[in-house]
Write a protein that binds this ligand. Structure first.
Ligand code: NAD
Ligand code: DAU
Length: 337
């Protein structure tokens, strides 16, 4: 099988490429990535020489390049996106361009190339926010209600994917997953930001009151979920994917990280809140469990310990990133630190 992965140099995409070539060594992967600030070929070092892997530096908005890349492709797994909520608040336009227009260009190219499957990787943020202290969870039937430019652009892309299935018969599947964490995550997202800041002797910036809740999904569990959807998922269907956390708020996550690293809570710093900050996410993943037999391999604490260990052992990876243009972003977002 020939798989075109978009955004394979980013966090989840790279984990997926590494995962897939291990689990399905007979398949071919072509990784299409523009290499924005979030794309890093260092993530893919171990497969660079693999004859079943190739890389194309290209923008998913480039129609000609996408049509060419799509020739002979069986399956598309679409990760490429602008993915950070805070950056979408600073500069919404590039989110609309990549996430909405880029997805539409890919859908056209996939249709033209007659691909057998277009799998779209989306987010639980399209559903909006849940109240604190409720047992409510997002599911495949939850209406869309996005609040940030990021989530609105992802919602737009989801609607386009479904529209291409309904209108043109494109064989699609979608996953809407919760917050991923694990190796190779860009240190602007809270878990790698917190871990690397603490290792560097800096504080963990916590937005607002810190009582915001996310549903944490380890990236490898997510890759297995996509694998199952590609192999056994029903065409046209959406699957929600979440982790094994029961309403852990950001303050608790920060405290767990500090405990693993042997530091006390004086390393927590409250900073100004994110505008339009979604209070709580929680995912009901019953459908993918009952229909496809998926569930996370370990609980949050176990995966968090492994993740902290990875960032401790791989400082070469994130120290390089944190010393570059990242510094400008950090100063803009958090003030001079
Ligand atoms: P990321 O920001 O780490 O990586 C995105 C990748 O896409 C980068 O390699 C970047 O270079 C590439 N890219 C960006 N614009 C491009 C363009 N125009 N053309 C080609 N490549 C481009 O993102 P991630 O966290 O790995 O997220 C991957 C996907 O999963 C996204 O679609 C995101 O919305 C979705 N998602 C992420 C999470 C999460 O917690 N990280 C949760 C749910 C859904
Ligand atoms: O829910 C899935 C989404 O998860 C994905 O679609 C997005 O691509 C991904 O970035 C992530 O979005 P979040 O906004 O939830 O992730 P982030 O790591 O930015 O923030 C997680 C929580 O931590 C959120 O409540 C905001 C808070 N936070 C974040 C940062 C960066 C802080 O308190 N301080 C921070 O410095």
């Amino acid at each position: 099988m020939k798989i075109l992965v978009t955004g394979g140099a980013g966090f989840i995409g790279a984990n997926f490429v590494l995962y897939w070539l291990k689990q399905h060594p007979e398949d071919f992967i072509i990784n299409v990535d523009k290499l924005t600030y979030a794309g890093n070929l260092e993530n893919l070092k171990e497969v660079q020489q693999n004859p079943n892997y190739s890389f194309l530096k290209a923008d998913i908005c480039n129609r000609e390049q996408m049509e060419k890349a799509m020739q002979g492709v069986d399956t598309v797994v679409h990760f490429a996106a602008e993915s950070h909520v805070d950056r979408s608040i600073m500069n919404p336009e590039e989110f609309v361009v990549t996430n909405v227009v880029g997805t539409q260009v890919l859908l056209d190219a996939a249709l033209k190339a007659n691909v057998k499957r277009f799998h779209h990787v989306s987010t639980d943020e399209v559903f909006g926010a849940l109240p604190l202290n409720s047992s409510e969870k997002f599911s495949e039937n939850t209406p869309y209600n996005p609040h940030s430019p990021y989530s609105a652009s992802k919602a737009g892309s989801d609607h386009l994917v479904r529209a291409y299935a309904d209108t043109y018969g494109l064989p699609i599947t979608i996953t809407n997953c919760s917050n991923n964490f694990g190796p190779y995550q860009f240190p602007e997202k809270i878990i790698p930001l917190a871990i690397t800041n603490v290792i560097e002797g800096k504080k963990i910036p916590i937005y607002g009151d810190g009582l915001y809740v996310r549903d944490w999904l380890y990236v490898e569990d997510h890759c297995r979920a996509i694998d199952l959807v590609l192999q056994k998922g029903k065409i046209g269907e959406t699957y929600c994917v979440g982790g094994l956390t029961e309403d852990i708020n950001n303050l608790e996550v920060a405290k767990k990280i500090l405990k693993i690293l042997g530091k006390d809570e004086s390393s927590i710093e409250f900073v100004k809140d994110r505008p339009g900050h979604d209070r709580r996410y929680a995912i009901n993943w019953t459908k993918i469990k009952t229909e496809l037999g998926w569930q996370p391999q370990y609980d949050f604490d176990t995966w968090l310990e492994k993740t902290v260990a990875w960032y401790k052992e791989n400082q070469w990876w994130w120290k390089d990133i944190k010393s570059g243009t990242y510094k400008e972003y950090y100063e803009k977002q958090y003030g001079q630190k």
